[in-house]
Design a binder for this molecule. Structure first.
Ligand code: NAD
Length: 478
């Protein structure tokens, strides 16, 4: 019998109903059995985190540094094994799985360093003879709720800063991908994290997630996922007056101008539209192309896309793994039909594929002849589906790129410094890429968007301190 991976609450591994974790490349394969938490488990986890807060918040930066550093070291040493686990549970290719695990290790190393660099300020008062100090303190019990598409990087970039700055944590990973978060928790615990400081409750969003949202004992909540759930997080957090942070959907544009290097345009948009099966919040799904290069670009894309191998995520030579599950595949196919019905031209792909094992394989799909008003250009599909919008010139391209409720990442492919510079200043997005894919970011700089994509302070890099600490101003008359 497969061993049950348990929840971790108040320093104990706690059993629950078993849920099988299914490999989307081969639905006959169970990656592992994971305990389904209950609302009572979530409450016990929050109580344990609240109890542990006083000691952990005063634990000292050397201990926190050492635990985070050791966790990064172990993730790096086991990156092949954990990367494989990630690819089996989520379906991104093995190099992508190993790359994401390496990223998680780098994030733990970065925040190990940040524990030693947390600085305050001392200023003279406007009233002579008084000193003013500004210090940062942990927020308290932090709830972390994560999506399925980056099973190790997103939990890492929330857990590491939360612990580094002295908070205690309750984390609920996405139901579809509990294995990677379970692995991080196991590593942290074995590397000396005291009881109650980090609590893991796996299970349903509507049960475990909802219990975390509703608890007034959760002092801050960091969420990544869909807009719909993000709104629930916001409403519940306002109701208890807690700090919260949301990273949500995208409908990211890439502009290709007439003066673009065609090879750069094709390579960067194939990467950002289709790699990781298009299941990245930073994926480019709107390809906005000026008229002189349009036909050449579409022809080159079609040729390049024919070479993309869609197969089992861990098979050597696979470029694109499966869609994560049946319901996401249904959504992708629904949008393909909507785009056809709206009058888009299916230029490449659009069909399900059979492979040796039963899995959720879909051809990378490109529509041409689409307009900004079509639903395919307004709503997030979250699959390997992109559409081309033909425009007259740069000015129209910029207007179309910004005509969206989202604002996560935006790209331009051009050899014109003038247009690149103008775009960097005027793109309504949190992250802008010039001659690079819209997906693929560094871990030491801020990550996040604007408009309907994000709410609250940025994640990652030293900007993470804004969310995971609270500021205290103290006045002293010596
Ligand atoms: P989702 O909103 O369905 O789920 C996200 C998390 O919320 C899961 O852990 C889920 O169990 C939990 N949840 C669901 N209902 C809840 C409730 N009522 N209360 C509390 N928690 C609840 O999103 P998903 O399908 O896992 O992820 C895909 C989405 O995430 C896409 O929209 C994608 O763009 C977005 N995403 C955004 C970023 C970013 O940084 N902007 C990064 C990755 C993914």
């Amino acid at each position: 019998m497969t061993e049950l991976h348990k929840n971790y609450i108040g320093g104990e591994w706690v059993a629950g109903d078993a849920r099988p974790n299914i490999n989307p490349s081969n639905t006959n394969e169970v990656v592992g059995e994971f305990a389904q938490g209950t609302a009572a488990d979530a409450k016990a986890a929050i109580d344990a985190a609240a109890l542990a807060f006083k000691t952990w918040s005063q634990s000292g930066i050397q201990q926190r540094h050492d635990i985070l550093k050791a966790t990064g070291d172990e993730l790096l040493a086991r990156k092949e094994e954990i990367g494989r686990l990630l690819s089996r549970e989520e379906g991104k290719t093995l190099p992508e799985g190993i790359g994401e695990t390496t990223r998680a290790a780098q994030i733990f190393h970065f925040f190990a360093g940040e524990t030693l660099r947390l600085a305050g300020e001392i200023l003279p008062s406007v009233r002579p003879g008084i000193d003013v100090s500004i210090t940062r303190e942990p927020v308290g019990v932090v709830g972390l709720i994560t999506p399925w598409n980056f099973p190790i990087a997103i939990p890492a970039w929330k857990i590491a800063p939360a612990l580094a700055y002295g908070n205690t944590v309750v984390i609920k990973p996405a139901d579809l991908v509990p294995a990677c978060t379970w692995t991080i928790v196991d590593i942290l615990v074995r590397n000396g994290l005291p009881k109650g400081v980090l609590n893991l409750v796996m299970g349903r969003g509507s049960v475990v997630g909802q219990a975390i949202l509703e608890s007034p004992k959760v002092n801050a909540l960091s969420f990544t996922g869909s807009v719909g759930t993000g709104k629930k997080v916001a409403e519940a957090s306002i109701a208890v007056m807690r700090k919260f942070q949301l990273e949500m959907g995208g409908k990211n544009p890439t502009i290709v101008l007439d003066d673009a290097d065609l090879k750069v345009a094709v390579e960067s948009t194939v990467n950002s539209a289709f790699f990781s099966t298009g299941q990245r919040c930073t994926a480019s799904s709107r390809l906005i192309v000026t008229e002189k290069i349009h036909d050449q670009y579409v022809e080159a894309m079609a040729k390049r896309m024919k070479d993309l191998v869609v197969d089992d995520a861990i098979k050597q030579g696979t470029h694109i793994g499966p869609v994560v599950d049946q319901s996401q595949l249904d959504q992708d196919e629904r949008y393909i039909q909507i785009a056809k019905d709206e009058g888009g031209t299916l230029a490449v792909g659009g069909n399900r594929i059979e492979r040796d094992n039963p899995g959720f394989f879909l051809e990378p799909t490109l529509f041409t002849g689409t307009t900004p008003e079509m639903r395919i250009n307004k709503e997030e599909v979250f699959g390997p589906v992109a559409s081309v919008i033909k425009v007259a010139d740069y000015d129209e391209a910029l207007a179309v790129a910004n005509d969206t409720p989202f604002g996560l990442s935006a790209g331009i492919v051009t050899t014109s410094l003038k247009h690149a510079s103008h775009f960097k200043r005027n793109a309504e997005a949190g992250m802008v890429m010039v001659n690079l894919p819209t997906a693929g970011v560094d871990y030491h700089v801020p990550f996040g968007g604007r408009k309907g994509s994000s709410y609250g302070p940025r994640e990652q890099g030293k900007y993470a301190v804004e969310f995971f600490t609270t500021v205290k101003t103290a006045y002293t008359q010596p």
